[in-house]
Write a protein that binds this ligand. Sequence first.
Ligand SMILES: [Zn+2]
Length: 284
Amino acid sequence: MQPLTLGKIHVSRVVEVEGPTSPRFLFPDLTPEDLRPYLQWLAPHFYTPADDRLRMSIHSFIVRTPHHTILVETCLGNDKKRTTPNWNMRSGPFLQDLRAAGVDPARVDFVLCTHLHVDHVGWNTRLQDGRWVPTFPNAKYVFNRTEYEFWQQAADADQAETFRDSVLPVMEAGQVLLVDGEYEIVDGVWLEPTPGHTPGHCSVHLTSSGAEGVVTGDMMHHPLQILEPERCSRFCQDVPLARRTRRAFLERYADRDVRIIGTHFFPPTIGRVVGHKDTWRLAI
Ligand SMILES: [Zn+2]
């Protein structure tokens, strides 16, 4: 992804994992035939028909404003026990890559997670002397309150583990700010509720000097869901609400000069939503 400038806000990306994945991981009943009408819009960046693979990414965005460094999404993390094999006990170079991008973890001011799923909270913490400690010791971690309270009660063992190793330690360190509804973090950067995928899911709206962008979060995982707003991933908590939210989002931003910055979109990662037949598509 090319770094993006929106007025005085700069956005760049640090990748933890990217590459081809089976379409069935997210969309269990998605067939190559379902994708055929969209090849012109999805291939080669987001889908490769030759091997029937979606191309996707797990990454963080570094958002720099004139006075603050903000990290949006914290991916999977290292040393964490997970049931998805590729995500289990990772030892990737994410922190080195973050430093190479010019970010000292001690100088991150805010950490934003669009929601508290496993691939969005991992680097909130790191293992130090057998304990999970905040990776960003001077940051405020901003979470939506509904989201936090929902996962605090998580019955699912995997989710409970994620909450214990990646969310609770930052709360216990006194670094969490729980917020409700629309919430402006610093000038021009605010959380915009986009619930459905999870109960308190938020997208991150960026605006400066008339330029605008939105980090999607998992309100959509893949540009296919712009062409087919009804298509939900198997990880969506409330399917009817996720559909309504996605449609409203697309109606709100279609045919406007607003950059859609995809949390799991493979490069170029950023595009604009434009009308296409009776739905929309991502123009890159
Ligand atoms: Zn995700």
